[in-house]
Design a protein around this ligand. Structure first.
Ligand code: SAH
Length: 272
């Protein structure tokens, strides 16, 4: 995992992780972005990173775009209140370049460098909701994300999970995510540079695994790092891709259902 002291996201014990998340979100409540009392309006921090009148105006525009994005997600069928709250609280614009801020809350993927993209908000919400379905509002436990990219989905995941580990194979993106996430001070999220198809054997087993890039099949090593009752969601395919949800039923038994069409960058082996 991250070297101690270097990490902007200090390690916290499993037992204290839930408390730390609540403390972090309480500390950053409404301020510039949130509309007090609104479940959807809770923001991490001031929106644009600028100060003064211009910054406040830009912040207000981004905040209302984010609320509109959450409403659209609901219209598209995302019903999980905790996921909607998380999507309403994580400032997606802070994960893309300034020139892309006006598009940050549109339901589209956007470039993040190294020929990779930040996933569509709908896809992020849909995948996390699929992992949580039937959990009656309970947080996910220990979660692995393969494909940190810019760190956006990891930030959303951290809001609905006890702890999140996210692995990225491209070093420049791992560093980008680290920078993007530093300011959000998310205590229950750890970033790792490496090949995520190997999983994290030292940290496994996981309650949930989310793969943010499409392979021709789900790597067996990841299926083996799920705990019994745990779930994995992943895009599978090359030009034609489907989102698949797999549940581990026992030591040697998994059940997979196909959810819907999707479009992801490829899952690759090794590091770059
Ligand atoms: N969740 C990201 C989406 C990033 S796109 C976000 O919110 O921005 C998918 C990412 O998966 C890319 O950054 C790509 O480099 C990464 N990836 C592909 N194969 C990988 C692997 N084997 N291990 C780790 N990351 C991988």
């Amino acid at each position: 995992m991250n070297g101690k002291g270097r990490s902007p996201l200090p390690h916290i014990s499993r037992a204290s992780a839930g408390r730390a998340v609540r403390a972090a979100s309480a500390r950053h409540l409404p301020r510039a972005e949130g509309s007090a009392g609104s479940a959807r309006g809770q923001g991490f921090m001031s929106a644009g990173g600028r100060t003064g009148k211009e910054g406040r105006e830009q912040g207000a525009v981004l905040e209302s775009s984010r609320r509109a994005m959450v409403e659209k997600l609901q219209e598209m069928g995302v019903q999980d209140a905790a996921v909607l709250r998380a999507m309403g609280s994580v400032p997606r614009h802070r994960f893309v370049e300034g020139a892309l801020h006006p598009q940050a809350y549109a339901d589209i993927s956007l470039p993040i460098g190294a020929q990779q993209t930040i996933s569509r908000p709908y896809t992020v919400a849909r995948m996390i909701a699929a992992l949580r379905a039937g959990r009656e509002g309970k947080k996910l436990g220990k979660v692995l994300e393969v494909g940190t990219g810019c760190g956006y989905q990891a930030a959303v995941l951290s809001q609905v999970s006890v702890e999140v580990y996210s692995v990225e194979r491209i070093q420049s993106l791992h560093e980008l995510a680290r920078t993007n996430l530093r300011a959000l001070r998310i205590a229950n999220l750890r970033l790792q540079y490496g090949d995520g198809t190997q999983g994290l054997p030292d940290v496994a087993p996981f309650d949930a695994i989310i793969i943010a890039a499409a392979g021709l099949a789900v790597p067996k090593s990841l299926l083996l790092q799920l705990e019994t009752g745990g779930r994995l969601v992943a895009p599978v395919g090359s030009t034609q891709q489907m989102l698949q949800l797999t549940e581990r039923l026992g030591a040697d038994e998994w059940r997979t259902v196909t959810l819907e069409n999707c479009h992801f960058v490829p899952l690759r082996q090794g590091v770059a």
